[in-house]
Design a protein around this ligand. Sequence first.
Ligand code: FEO
Length: 171
Amino acid sequence: MISKKIQKAFNDQINAELFSAYLYLSMSAYFESINLPGFAGWMRTQSQEEIFHAMKFFHHINDRGGRAKLSAIETPEVEWSSALQAFKDAYAHEEKVTGMINKLVDLALKESDHASNAFLQWFVTEQVEEEMNTDNVVQKLKLAGESTNALLMLDRELGARIFTMPADSGK
Ligand code: FEO
């Protein structure tokens, strides 16, 4: 059975993951508004991944005899000064989430909750990818600089990303 302390921390993480989904959906709307549909699609896929992350915590809490509790989601930013600024913010946000996951691992170890520690290792690995993916786009946008051609090429490249549900369906 999951402890009340871990349950509270995991419920807070459900909220953080759903906020991430909101943030990236808001970024998607921003990219639509500046006519970059590929960037917008990439952000929608990212938003779907965040809902998947939230659902993993949801299922883990319920599977261990706890109760997933949902709470109000903060309003995300709605405007950015450029594509580069939006992706810099996305990267900074992923660094923040990595810090949250690391704190959850610390808590699971402190509480000797080995099941939660094992569960969290998926997120430890995932955060390496999350930081890498966002930073990758930051670096490409820096290389593109003021070139509209390069920006449109990158828009085409990012538009190819699609969400594929992992085999474990969030559990
Ligand atoms: Fe759920 Fe982007 O980390």
